[in-house]
Design a binder for this molecule. Structure first.
Ligand SMILES: NC(=O)c1ccc[n+]([C@@H]2O[C@H](COP(=O)([O-])OP(=O)(O)OC[C@H]3O[C@@H](n4cnc5c(N)ncnc54)[C@H](OP(=O)(O)O)[C@@H]3O)[C@@H](O)[C@H]2O)c1
Length: 286
């Protein structure tokens, strides 16, 4: 199968490109240096000339404060670009996988979110992702909208990967790094997402799915687990409450991934099992 994807030098795109290229021909738009996705004509020409069997749209603005500060840029990249890709691929009859986010929910629940729970984003980022979902479904009936929670991986750039950023600070001697106890998610390994997407590519079960590792953690539990596995003591991290942020945040966005697991016969492991593999990968690249 010939697969075209974007976001190839980002946290998720790096591993998706690497893993899918093991069994498929891949055409990867790594980032703006390859092609600015905001350039509709260039994008249409590229997809039209490559004629892939499937397009995976990964690129986006993920920083919620950046999106809140620059709504025009955020809607352009997070909403208009996926709509354009859906329009182009829809006209060509090509399936599209679109990566969305748990940020479409308001986070005011104490149970994991299912696909058909009411959506109600609390910030600009979540709203850009929600509007993208609607337009992708509208323009390309052969679309998969894949919502993912907080992601982790070993690549994607030292300045963008939250684990590498924390490890850089700890290596520089910083301690008592503050992480919140009142933001809950099910952190998910990008490698596990990449393997799961291989199942999606082979199917025509178009629709909206939550794709995630199982079990939940606060940001504090999650970063403390990593710091300790990397050999730092208990003074590496310190708990705090979210307080006031520039962009409002959702408190509890744990996704229920059972529909994906059942539909694609693809069980997902716990985030801690996945994190142990991720840490080994980080250590081998250090
Ligand atoms: N990370 C998370 O925890 C998380 C959680 C839920 C959902 N998501 C979603 O997952 C997707 C991937 O996130 P990520 O963490 O992998 O993001 P990332 O590490 O920030 O990577 C973003 C990618 O988009 C590319 N890009 C940005 N603007 C572009 C443009 N105008 N033209 C072409 N490429 C452009 C970047 O390349 P250059 O910078 O080189 O241009 C980079 O490859 C996003 O849709 C995000 O909303 C992420």
């Amino acid at each position: 199968m010939k697969i075209m994807l974007d976001g190839g030098n980002g946290l998720l795109g790096y591993d998706v490109a690497k893993i899918l290229s093991e069994h498929h021909e891949t055409v990867v738009i790594k980032g703006r240096k390859d092609l600015d996705l905001n350039d509709f004509n260039a994008l249409r020409e590229k997809i039209g000339s490559e004629k892939p069997d499937c397009y995976i749209h990964i690129a986006g603005i993920k920083d919620v404060d950046d999106a809140q500060r620059d709504p025009v840029g955020a809607y352009a990249l997070n909403t208009i670009v996926p709509a354009n890709i859906a329009l182009i691929t829809g006209n060509m009859g090509i399936p599209m996988i679109h990566i969305s986010s748990g940020a479409v929910f308001d986070g005011n629940t104490d149970r994991p979110y299912k696909e058909n729970d009411p959506v109600a984003p609390v910030n600009t980022y979540g709203h850009t992702k929600l509007k993208a979902e609607e337009l992708v479904r509208y323009f390309n009936p052969k679309s998969f909208v894949i919502r993912v929670p907080l992601l982790f991986g070993a690549h994607g750039g030292k300045d963008r990967n939250p684990i590498l950023k924390m490890l850089n600070r700890l290596e520089a001697g910083e301690r008592d790094l503050l992480y919140t106890t009142d933001q809950i998610s099910n952190p998910t390994y990008v490698v596990d997402i990449a393997y799961a997407l291989e199942e999606v590519l082979e199917s025509d079960k178009y629709g909206t799915y939550h794709l995630c590792n199982t079990t939940a953690a606060s940001r504090y539990e999650y970063f403390s687990y990593i710091a300790q596995k990397m050999g730092y003591g208990e003074d590496a991290t310190k708990p705090c409450l979210m307080g006031v942020k520039f962009a409002p945040r959702e408190k509890n966005v744990v996704l229920d991934g059972s529909l994906f697991e059942k539909t694609f016969h693809h069980p997902m492991r716990t985030w801690m099992e996945a994190m142990d593999d991720c840490i080994e990968e980080i250590k081998t690249h250090k």
